[in-house]
Design a protein around this ligand. Structure first.
Ligand code: COA
Length: 373
């Protein structure tokens, strides 16, 4: 069995930053128009008026201040309220593959690797822009990588499940090095007309290069001490979009074909699950929670992360121990914990231990324990 290291990471940040205030402005314009159009039914008591959203609520309830989007013009148009992302010809690089390649080039450069050094590509994310061919094969071709490539989806946990898959391939000798990328265009599955969730997501792409420890040469290398994955079925986060939709016309365009969640229930059920998951993972590795220098947690909700850190450490974690990026990026699904790792790992010293953990729909939880070399 080979020892495995993370030797490079990359981050693609979309061009358009959108504040809570801008998102609330368009949402409230939509609400006022909707209520005016249905004034008679509302006055007759046949319909409830829609309630307005507020930037103060969003920051207080989630910790999110802004997000980056692939397109803001469509999202901020009250007549549209979804991104405008034109289809591309089959001969062009697809949009998610383009994001993946941008993040991957950074990760390869940080690892000091070329495409020829990689044997396997995984695109791991919540939404694939088409059924096939796999985006990973497109990324593989764009970067002159031999070997094989495939897509996988474990929603917000996709990156840690992807790291486990890459780890297995390298440890067993199947691959010398693996590129694992997380291109997330969450704005395309977000219902910007749903008050409960219109502020939750942002877009981003992360990339990770993993390889055999003995061949790794980058300045910042992290040995993978172990991965632990868990899933427990829940209906509290769902997206029913899929290839069967066209077989029942009554469901087309319904809200369940976009992201929907019972946010309060998710909060209550997932926090203890993740806290116990990390504690038992550290136990199994013989690592005391107090010896972990950093927690790169999934970035969905600030209070959620504070609660999880408290369960693991038995005390509050400060922003150095559990860095926050959701204030700027919002929830970027599988990319979130890797953005935290990418932006907040270089200051660790040799021997320091940290944990990447992601969690989300499924439910799914993944943790990856790392040691800085
Ligand atoms: N603006 C103003 N008020 C709003 C609002 C908005 N956009 N959305 C909801 N509210 C109101 C509600 O109507 C409710 O009012 P009431 O108390 O008068 O009934 C109140 O705010 C609380 O709503 P609730 O939905 O219980 O808020 P919350 O504190 O649970 O926060 C989330 C909502 C989504 C931020 C939070 O539940 C969360 O982040 N959950 C975890 C989500 C998660 O991690 N999902 C994983 C996705 S991958």
């Amino acid at each position: 069995m080979h020892k495995v290291v993370i030797s490079g990471t990359g981050l693609f940040t979309p061009p358009h930053a959108v504040s809570n205030e801008a998102l609330v402005e368009v949402f409230n314009a939509f609400v006022r128009k909707h209520n005016a159009e249905h004034q008679a039914q509302i006055e007759a008591g046949a319909m409830q008026p829609l309630a307005e959203s507020s930037a103060e609520f969003i920051e207080k309830a989630s910790g999110i201040k802004q997000r980056f989007l692939m397109d803001k013009s469509g999202v901020l148009d009250p007549e549209r309220m979804k991104p405008y992302l034109p289809e591309r010809a089959n001969e062009e690089l697809s949009l998610q593959a383009e994001m993946a390649v941008a993040a991957a080039r950074q990760a390869l450069e940080a690892a000091g690797k070329r495409g020829a050094d990689i044997d396997m590509v995984i695109v791991a994310c919540s939404n694939m822009q088409r059924a096939y061919p796999a985006m990973a094969v497109e990324v593989q071709q764009a970067l002159d990588i031999q070997g094989f490539a495939f897509d996988m989806n474990v929603a917000c946990s996709s990156a840690t499940f992807g790291i486990q898959t890459a780890y297995n391939a390298i440890a067993s000798g199947q691959a010398r090095a693996v590129l694992m990328v997380n291109p997330e265009i969450c704005s395309a599955h977000l219902n910007f007309r749903d008050r409960d969730s219109h502020f939750i997501f942002g877009d981003a792409c992360t990339a990770v290069v993993l390889e055999r420890a003995e061949q790794a040469a980058s300045a910042h290398r992290y040995e993978v001490l172990g991965c632990k994955l868990a899933t427990v079925f829940s209906n509290n986060i769902r997206n029913n979009f899929g290839f069967l939709n066209r077989c029942d016309e009554t469901g087309i365009g319904q809200p369940d074909k976009l992201f929907i969640q019972q946010g309060r229930k998710v909060f209550k059920e997932v926090c203890p699950m993740v806290g116990e998951h990390i504690v038992s993972h550290l136990d199994s590795l013989g690592i005391a929670a107090g010896d972990v220098r950093r927690f790169w947690l999934h970035q969905a909700n600030l209070a959620m992360n504070q609660l999880i850190a408290r369960r693991v450490l038995g005390r509050e974690a400060d922003a150095v121990e559990a860095p926050v990026i959701l204030d700027r990026y919002a929830n970027t699904s599988s990319a979130g914990s890797i953005i935290a790792f990418h932006l907040h790992s270089h200051d660790l010293r040799s021997g320091d231990v940290g944990v990447i953990s992601s969690f989300g729909a499924g439910y799914s939880v993944g943790s990856v324990a790392l040691k800085k070399l």
